[in-house]
Design a protein around this ligand. Structure first.
Ligand code: ADP
Ligand code: MG
Length: 731
């Protein structure tokens, strides 16, 4: 059997279906890449103190006691309210298992004190004690018990797989046994010289040892090898991207004396910061070269990236080309267009009364424009009348044409996959220059991994005159009355002449606004559905914010309504904006000083950091209140506390990285979908990533399509995903 063969032929239909349902495993290869989370030695019980609340765990522990309890207060219903309380121990700490109901006598007989077993379930907190309610369990068979000491010396290892209630670790383990038995020797995808240089285990050994190692060292070596494979596939994908991007020369777009850019600089109401000037001069040079620019510009929210981008766009327009600015939401695209038109003034009014001689024009192109406006924008883009075209994903659509696209600016990269970036670049005959902007600071190892095809610049200082933001967690679990205080605070800010945002996770009727990419697992202790803009708006107008001018903003409003609401808010005709994360990026209303985030635990770290960047943009200090029903000491609460404790974006980025599943980070960067990367950690594996990067660079230089390495090419294809492969075929 081969890795590509279907599971049902090996493990049977029922198990195959269950594995597919639980983990989307369909082939032998899928199952064998469902790696054990850890190996426990039979003699070594799980350290119970290490269990995290809310996690689905499997522990090896010894039964201490198993008692049936009948609450006295239950009266006649006593039997029904009975529960079996089992205490298991690792020799130091203890963990309680609870089974509710009267039919647990057989279990009590099963779980005799002294017995050792694997127990699986979700860790919950009850009376400040960790417990598993209704765990699945499997006691080690008697023979195993008899051989217990011997096994300990033999170092027999028990793999613990990521599991679910329906698919517990021992069932997965059984399926893996069958799969390994059926599997023929697997040829190695990685060239031998690479393996030798880095002393890598061969693939067949590695995949087997990953599941059934002789000892812990063998397991570590297997992990190391398989981690290497992931790093190599990722770096190959990036090396191929770099090679493709550099293969064709770009049109140089040198700065021009007496052009739009000079006129723009003269109009700017402020002086550029030193950081902005530095980045600007790098961009000026790179745009003037025939090597396509590939640059990532990172800088805190409000650090002034947009102005830098506009300058770059004007340089390209001066040189006869066009620039496209891609924004993640319609609200933001519309706002960018407005901001740019405002900054340009007469310089952006070509053909209109009052327009400057050399003026260009700005076109806005979004998915839901009325037909006439859309046609006009398409014409301006295709005919070259619009020097600057601002838009959303709609810009990527096939029938959008440019006369001479010289620069693509992507704002808030984390919302875009690389395919989209590539698709837009594909709109030019020669590769356009590329500037990617992100407000989420990116630690270096991530930069070389995720954005390995881009050079990085950073704007580290904020323009002068910015005010600090104070962030507080409003713990509704313990202090429900604090929510009222939050509304009082909003009322006070409005009374002082300021404005406020209220952010909700949902629009209404089950519609989620965000792309889901950045969202943490919802806190399971919070059972109610997430709060919705439409519901919250109604409650606020009737109650705590009665008398204030309150309006809603979310992705399902028509473009005209969105524009009108944003314009009203900007002009101060609305006091409080109840919104989804559409306000997350770029929305710029300096008079807004307060933000209340409801269900804050449902947002990711960088999302919240972005959100609060919306307040404190003017001279008055900002306040951000993170309301949450998550319980004290839950992971969600710790995340929120961390955000409240610092405004250092880099620190938060690192924290974000530690808390998010790595695969998601890498996966989002690659294809926006769940990732193939299981083992690779951009935090832990920096050295290995560097090695893999060098090997990948050399391999791609030798064989750009990897045609001599079909299995490696297949892994890269699996990694970068189907959509991307399809795109490449078209290109
Ligand atoms: P970012 O895109 O990095 O979040 P913006 O470019 O939107 O930041 O800038 C935020 C605000 O600061 C805007 O109102 C912008 O006009 C203003 N700004 C930008 N650069 C400067 C500067 N050098 N001095 C003063 N204000 C600036
Ligand atoms: Mg911005």
């Amino acid at each position: 059997m081969k890795l590509d063969d279907r599971l049902e032929d090996v493990v049977g239909d029922r198990t195959a279906r269950a594995l597919e349902k639980a983990f989307e495993l369909r082939t032998l290869g899928d199952l064998l890449r469902h790696y054990p989370r850890r190996m426990v030695e039979r003699g070594e019980l799980t350290d119970l103190a290490s269990l995290a609340v809310d996690e689905y765990v499997t522990v090896l522990a010894r039964v201490q006691s198993a008692l049936i309890k009948t609450p006295r207060s239950a009266g006649a219903r006593g039997r029904a309210a009975q529960r079996l309380e089992v205490v298991v121990s690792d020799g130091r700490g203890r963990l309680q298992l609870v089974f509710f109901g009267a039919r647990n006598t057989w279990r009590q007989k099963d779980l005799v004190p002294g017995g050792v077993g694997l127990f699986s379930g979700k860790v919950t907190l009850f009376n400040n004690q960790r417990q598993l309610a209704h765990p699945d369990y499997k006691l080690l068979p008697d023979e195993a018990m008899a051989e217990f000491e011997a096994d300990l010396f033999a170092g027999a290892l028990i793999p613990v797989y990521p599991a679910t209630r329906e698919m517990p670790t021992w069932k997965i383990s059984g399926a893996v046994d069958l799969a390994l038995e059926a599997l023929d020797q697997v040829p190695d995808p990685v060239p031998e010289d690479v393996r030798r240089r880095h002393r890598l285990l061969d693939f067949d050994r590695a995949i087997r040892s990953m599941h059934r190692p002789d000892d812990l060292d063998a397991w570590r070596a297997a992990r190391q090898r398989l981690t290497w494979d992931e790093a190599l596939a990722l770096q190959l994908a990036l090396a191929q991207r770099r090679a493709r991007a550099g293969a064709n020369p770009a049109v140089p777009r040198p700065a021009k004396d007496g052009g739009l850019l000079e006129a723009f600089d003269a109009r700017l109401p402020f002086a550029l910061t030193a950081g902005q000037r530095e980045v600007a001069s790098v961009l000026t040079d790179e745009l003037a070269s025939d090597v396509p620019m590939q640059r990532l510009l990172q800088g805190e929210v409000g650090s002034g990236k947009t102005v830098v981008a506009v300058r770059a766009m004007l340089q390209v327009v001066d040189a006869g080309g066009q620039a496209a600015l891609l924004a993640p939401t319609e609200v933001l695209a519309a706002q960018h267009a407005r901001t740019i038109e405002h900054l340009l003034g007469p310089l952006g009014q070509a053909g209109r009364r009052g327009g400057a001689d050399q003026a260009t024009s700005v076109a806005l192109l979004t998915g839901s424009l009325p037909a006439a406006a859309r046609r006009a924008a398409l014409l301006d883009a295709a005919g070259g009348a619009a020097g600057i075209v601002v838009g959303t994903h709609a810009l990527i659509q096939e029938h959008v044409q440019f006369a001479d696209l010289g620069l693509v600016v992507v704002d808030e990269q984390h919302r875009f996959g690389v395919e989209q970036r590539d698709a837009l670049r594909g709109k030019a005959d020669t590769p356009p220059h590329l500037l990617v902007m992100t407000a989420t600071p990116i630690p270096r190892t991530v930069a070389i991994t995720v954005f390995g095809d881009l050079e990085t610049s950073t704007l580290s200082e904020l323009p002068a005159g910015r005010s600090p933001i104070a962030t507080f967690v409003v713990p509704e679990a313990e202090r429900p009355e604090w929510r009222e205080r939050a509304w009082r605070r909003v009322t006070e800010e409005v009374a002082a002449g300021h404005q406020a945002y209220v952010v909700c996770p949902r629009i209404g009727e089950g519609v989620a606004e965000s792309d889901g990419e950045d969202e943490p697992e919802p806190d399971p202790s919070v059972r109610r559905p997430p709060l919705a803009v439409t519901d919250v708006l109604a409650v606020l107008i009737e109650g705590p914010l009665r008398g204030l001018r309150v309006a809603a903003l979310h992705g399902r409003l028509s473009p005209e309504d969105k524009d009108r609401v944003m314009a009203d808010f900007t002009a101060g005709r609305i006091d409080v904006l109840v919104a989804t994360t559409v306000v997350e990026v770029g929305v710029d209303v300096p008079n807004a000083t307060a933000m209340v985030v409801l269900d804050a635990d449902r947002f990711g770290i960088s999302q919240l950091h972005q959100l609060r960047g919306r307040v404190g943009r003017g001279s008055a200090p900002g306040i951000c209140l993170l309301c949450t029903a998550a319980e004290a000491d839950s992971p969600a609460r710790r995340r929120l506390d961390a955000i409240a404790a610092t405004t250092d974006g880099f620190e938060l980025a690192r924290l974000d990285l530690e808390q998010r599943r790595e695969g998601d980070i890498l996966g989002a960067a690659q294809s926006g979908r769940r990732s193939q990367l299981r083992l690779l950690s951009v935090l832990r594996d920096e050295a290995l990533i560097g090695q893999a990067r060098n090997e990948a660079q050399a391999l791609v230089a030798r064989d750009p399509d990897l045609s001599g390495y079909p299995r490696l090419a297949a892994e890269v294809a699996a990694l970068v995903g189907q959509e991307r492969a399809e795109y490449l075929e078209k290109a």
